[in-house]
Design a protein around this ligand. Structure first.
Ligand code: AMP
Ligand code: MG
Length: 497
């Protein structure tokens, strides 16, 4: 195992570190340095994440930081570690898992943790090699920043560094490291770990840590007065409901919603076999390893609730009363549909109006989703074209997307009648800020990966630039907002990463 190399010079990047997770105690992790990666090079870098960290963006051109973020040199002030967690995978209790290839470097004074994914073996690697391949690292990097651009809660990614070191998956690939950034990487699975192994003192330590740092209102709110752990379960349920509502509204399929991939902060984390829908297919399964379609697109909202039940069960020793836990979980059932409806109304340019129009709007949403599914209409292009069309009276570009023009016309008529009740200019503005022009379609990621394998990283840069501001027009980049090519449907994305 890689112990912190004491003979190496540490790099000081001018940040102050406080490493609060490391202070939880040794039951929570193993102190561990990343494993060196030979001759690393930059693959992708985000200046905006550097800014969020308070890191001077010049560092993203420095050989020293490149070495640090590839695991070759320690970062001054950090306490690297791999944390232990457990989880339910594909509906089954999987027992102990943990950071099998991620090393938490530390937490900045500003409260952002830095984690290297693909940084080598840890005590939790099980049969894995501790590494991540270039392909999945580019996907994680770009998708983290795409989600941020879309306004969806997510872990961020500062950079990807690559190496020619060979990695064995279905074929020979090369290694890469993603530097991930989030206020915390604590998962539902962390709570399950301490609960199901009977380590209830640690369970309480973890819950208190999460509450004090991220959910202080759980100690003062009156709904579960005196029971901050029930309040925590409710707060996490609500954040998760908002996150999944956003996934559904933008057409994002996570692909592996195991409880160890669910953030207790309601962040989208652990980007693996994810996909943004091309054609709208509610039953779409993006993960080729998911034979039974457990994580199909339209199942995500229920799966999130199922996962929250697992969290609730894990918290039961602290909540004490099952009734309270169930009550805390109930909120998901109202928060999710309300959040989803609000987001879908915004996609239609309808700021949430009063009760008088709610039923009409609900039907407009239900019916258009049915039509989109029936004709397998491209989800992103439909909403963007509708946004532009809402400004005038010409719906041609929208109706062109449908096979059943008659049904499309009938819906468009109902919709334009509804639009007469609102200020059109405002509706169009709202739609153009809600319906992205650019999403990280599989084929776009794939093209950038193919070029990156040949050491051309310009496509990664271009995509990052577009996805950081997906609602802007970016003239000259229309091709990135176009329909997927025929070969896109043959891209197979699996758990292999
Ligand atoms: P994932 O499905 O990627 O969320 O991974 C599930 C578990 O397997 C986590 O505990 C990971 O740390 C671990 N894991 C995945 N890939 C590897 C790998 N190549 N080496 C070691 N552990 C891994
Ligand atoms: Mg994971």
């Amino acid at each position: 195992m890689n112990m912190a190399p004491s003979n190496l010079k540490t790099l000081d990047v001018g940040l102050t570190w406080r490493n609060s997770f490391a202070q939880l105690g040794r039951s929570f992790y193993t102190p561990l340095a990343p494993q060196p990666l030979p001759a690393p090079y930059w693959v992708g870098r985000s200046a905006s994440v550097a800014k969020a960290l308070g890191l001077d963006s010049d560092w993203l051109n420095s050989q020293e930081l490149l070495e640090v973020l590839s695991g070759n040199q320690p970062l001054s002030g950090t306490q690297p570690l791999a944390s232990v967690y457990s989880g339910h995978q594909f509906g089954q209790w999987a027992g102990q898992l943990g950071d099998g290839r991620a090393i938490l470097l530390g937490e900045t004074e500003g409260g952002l943790e830095l984690q290297l994914k693909g940084a080598g073996l840890t005590p939790y690697s099980r049969r894995g090699d501790g590494r991540a391949v270039l392909r999945s690292s580019i996907r994680e990097f770009l998708c983290s920043e795409a989600m941020q651009g879309l306004g969806i809660a997510t872990s961020r990614a500062l950079c990807v560094t690559g190496s020619d070191e060979e990695i064995y998956r279905e074929s020979i690939e090369t290694a890469a490291v993603v530097t991930r950034v989030a206020p915390s990487f604590v998962r539902f699975g962390h709570f399950e770990h301490f609960s199901h192994s009977g380590q209830h003192a640690q369970l309480k330590t973890l819950a208190d840590y999460v509450i004090d740092k991220f959910y202080p209102e759980c100690r003062t709110g009156d709904q579960f007065a005196g029971n901050p752990y029930a309040a925590l379960l409710q707060a996490v349920s609500e954040r998760t409901a908002h996150m999944v509502a956003q996934w559904q509204s933008v057409g994002f399929c996570h692909g592996v919603m195991n409880t160890d991939n669910m953030s207790v902060l309601g962040l989208t984390i652990d980007y693996g076999p994810f996909q943004f829908l091309d054609a709208y297919d509610p039953d779409h399964v993006c993960n080729h390893s998911d034979d039974r379609g457990r994580y199909a697109f339209n199942k995500q909202p229920n799966i999130a609730h199922w996962n929250l039940f697992c969290l609730g069960q894990a918290l039961l020793p602290l909540i004490s009363e099952q009734e309270l836990a169930l009550a805390a979980l109930e909120s998901y059932k109202t928060v999710f549909p309300a959040a989803f409806e609000k987001l879908m109304c915004a996609k239609l340019g309808l700021a949430h109006a009063g009760d008088s129009t709610a039923a009409v709007d609900r039907l407009l949403i239900e019916d258009i989703l049915k039509l989109l599914a029936q004709d397998r209409v491209d989800y992103t292009i439909f909403w963007r074209r509708l946004s532009h069309a809402s400004a005038g009276t010409d719906n041609q570009t929208v109706r062109d997307l449908f096979l059943d023009r008659h049904a499309a016309d009938a819906w468009l008529l109902r919709y334009s009648e509804r639009l007469t009740q609102v200020a059109r200019g405002l509706a169009t503005d709202l739609m153009l800020k809600t319906n992205p022009k650019f999403v990280l379609r599989n084929h776009l990621g794939e093209q950038s990966i193919r070029a990156a394998k040949l050491k051309d990283f310009s496509q990664v840069d271009t995509l990052l630039n577009l996805l950081e501001s997906p609602f802007e027009e970016h003239p000259g980049f229309e091709a990135y907002a176009d329909f997927p090519p025929d070969w896109a449907s043959s891209i197979e994305i699996s758990c292999s990463s």
